[in-house]
Design a binder for this molecule. Structure first.
Ligand code: FES
Length: 146
């Protein structure tokens, strides 16, 4: 259902109640498949199982990208953009909880297992990156829009 309001002789404002929202989604996105060239960001031995790290990578244009890592098990590392879904500050690994990702700007916490926001004003999950372990190194695949 749509509503239209008229303001003066020239302005018209319309709004449609279709249930859609521009709000960020706080659901874990699918783990992306590796594509393109992976970047070595850390030796795998430097990220023990159940630990977190913040590393630097580049997007295809050469711009710096902050990446958060979580070593789920011996074979699996999960990677996320460090851009907070609240207002864009850098999310890091220094957290009062000591087990999650944390944005110090306004106190949002994110689950390292899927990137979802768990506490604070952020309402959307962190963007996921593909990540692999090859020849003892952790590789991250940052897409063009990452
Ligand atoms: S920008 Fe991260 S909590 Fe506000």
């Amino acid at each position: 259902m749509c509503a239209t309001a008229l303001f003066g002789a020239t302005a018209t404002l319309s709004a449609c109640g279709d249930g859609r929202s521009e709000a960020p989604v706080n659901a874990p996105g699918p783990v992306p498949e590796p594509s393109g060239e992976g970047q070595v960001v850390l030796p795998a031995k430097d990220l023990p199982v159940k630990s977190r790290a913040q590393v630097a990578a580049k997007d295809p244009s050469g711009a710096d990208v902050g990446v958060l890592l979580y070593r789920q098990d011996e074979q699996t590392v999960l990677a996320y953009s460090n851009i907070c879904t609240h207002q864009g500050c850098a999310v890091g690994v220094k957290s009062p909880a000591k087990t999650d990702f944390y944005c110090a700007c306004h106190g949002s916490h994110f689950d390292p297992l899927d990137g979802t926001a768990t506490e604070g004003p952020a309402k959307g999950a962190l963007t996921r990156f593909a990540c692999t372990i090859e020849q003892g190194n952790i590789l991250v695949y940052v897409p063009a829009e990452g």
